[in-house]
Ligand binder design. Structure first.
Ligand code: MEV
Length: 311
């Protein structure tokens, strides 16, 4: 039997912009997806997916999950028909759009296969394999989700657009800070939303360029503010970032509603996180009292909220 795990993540700054080589900041979550693989007889793998999930998520992602499993096997030098295994996904990470659930499962499977077949891969190789798995979910992943899933922690990430090594820097905060993650309960397709942003970039190049320039400056300021533990500044930059994400059309009514509710309840800042057009939003809520108020405000709107920490 082989075992592995991958962390969920939340993107603080840079979803979508990261695809175009701009910097992003992501934090791994305490929750993770686990994977167990056990060799079986027969010509293919058997999948048991016990992850908690947003209703409809697993069904909607089923074909992409199949493609991703094939990719992970292939990248690990294995074959689903020649090395048939039972794959059991579980863990406490709730599979939902925006939480890096696909990357967490790819990292968990890569680690479990490495363990079962004694492949001797280090974290860098596991990360490469998880990245190939992510391609099953959408054709052009930036690599930020799998990197957070494999390494954990708070990371500054820049995709190398020439295909070389991506930049990854671990950011150490003075102390972890409370956040609330609100869930719209809507599942979105990363492939589709990333594709739409590409179309927007191609049809309105000057406007898109201006937005990315604004974002680039914002990301650098956000890194400085995080390292200085200047939470009001981080919050303000999150609000600005949400406005840029609205301009590239990846927000939606439900996300805007939860972002507004979180701000009114005392969050220092709030924005969508991950793919957008559904999925999740994140609010910066230093201190347990503000965190509780913001979570309640989201719940009062009829949505679920996770209380967690970043950094
Ligand atoms: C999805 O979690 C983040 C996106 O930026 C896509 C990617 O980075 O591959 C939307």
């Amino acid at each position: 039997m082989g075992e592995g795990h991958g962390y969920g993540k939340t993107i603080l700054f840079g979803e979508h912009f990261v695809v175009y080589g701009l910097p992003a900041i992501a934090s791994a979550l305490g929750s993770k997806t686990t994977c167990i693989v056990e060799p079986i007889e027969g010509g293919s793998y058997e999948l048991i997916d016990e992850r908690p999930a947003t209703p409809g998520y697993k069904k909607e992602k089923f074909d992409e999950q199949k493609a991703s499993i094939e990719n992970v096997f292939q990248a690990a030098g294995l074959s689903t028909s020649k090395n048939p295994v039972k794959i059991i996904f579980a863990g406490d990470l709730k599979a939902a759009s925006g939480v890096g659930a696909s990357a967490a499962s790819c990292a968990a499977l890569a680690r479990a296969l490495n363990d079962e077949f004694k492949l001797g891969f280090d974290d860098a190789r596991i990360n490469e394999i998880a990245y190939e798995g992510e391609k099953g979910y959408h054709g052009t992943p930036s690599g930020i989700d799998n990197t957070a899933a494999v390494y954990g922690g708070l990371i500054w990430f820049v995709k190398n657009l020439s295909g070389g090594k991506n930049t990854m820097e671990l950011l150490k905060l003075k102390k972890p800070v409370e956040v609330v993650i609100g869930n719209t309960g809507l599942t979105s397709s990363t492939k589709e939303v990333v594709g739409d942003v590409k179309k927007l970039k191609e049809s309105r190049p000057q406007e898109f360029d201006a937005i990315t320039r604004e974002y680039n400056e914002l990301a650098v300021n956000a890194k400085d503010a995080l390292l200085a533990y200047d939470t009001p500044k981080v919050g303000e930059l999150m609000n600005q970032c949400h406005r840029l994400l609205q301009r590239i059309t990846v927000s939606c009514v439900e996300l805007d509603l939860l972002v507004d509710a979180a701000r009114s309840a005392g969050a220092l800042g709030a924005k969508l996180t991950g793919t957008g057009r559904g999925g999740l939003m994140i609010a910066l809520t230093p201190g347990l009292e503000v965190q509780a108020k913001v979570a309640k405000a989201i719940e009062d709107e009829g949505y679920s909220a996770i209380r967690t920490k970043i950094g």
